[in-house]
Design a protein around this ligand. Structure first.
Ligand SMILES: Cc1cc2nc3c(=O)[nH]c(=O)nc-3n(C[C@H](O)[C@H](O)[C@H](O)COP(=O)(O)OP(=O)(O)OC[C@H]3O[C@@H](n4cnc5c(N)ncnc54)[C@H](O)[C@@H]3O)c2cc1C
Length: 86
């Protein structure tokens, strides 16, 4: 068993989540083709790449806007143009 898309790495609505879910699917397919007789090796190869990529995406500024210490004020400020409280 493995995971892909938001189940593996929940994405904020920054315009990437659906694309990354499709990329996960494509890379999982490639890993299975590369290890046709060893599903565990295929899943391990897929997960290593996917989790490394997902960790890099987790630094996205959108997370700070939506889930930062001042949430939900960052999101309100983004939508209304109001200043974020310091
Ligand atoms: C407001 C908003 C705007 C967004 N805008 C964009 C954008 O512009 N571009 C972009 O790329 N991404 C965008 N995203 C992110 C994108 O929608 C997700 O990253 C993407 O849908 C993840 O795809 P997924 O297949 O992993 O999960 P999902 O699309 O969530 O699919 C999971 C499916 O599993 C079903 N399900 C859940 N539990 C069960 C169960 N027990 N049994 C059976 N089925 C179940 C759900 O009903 C759902 O259909 C946005 C997200 C939000 C919230």
């Amino acid at each position: 068993m493995t995971l892909l898309g938001d189940a593996a790495h929940l994405m904020p609505p920054n315009g990437e989540g659906a694309n990354l879910a499709m990329q996960d699917g494509a890379e999982l397919g490639q890993a299975i083709v590369a290890h046709p007789d060893d599903m565990e090796a295929a899943l391990a190869a897929y997960e290593q790449n996917m989790f490394t990529r997902a960790a890099a995406d987790a630094d996205d500024d959108t997370y700070q806007v939506m889930f930062g210490d001042d949430a939900p004020h960052g999101m309100v400020a983004m939508l209304t143009g109001a200043e974020r409280p310091s």
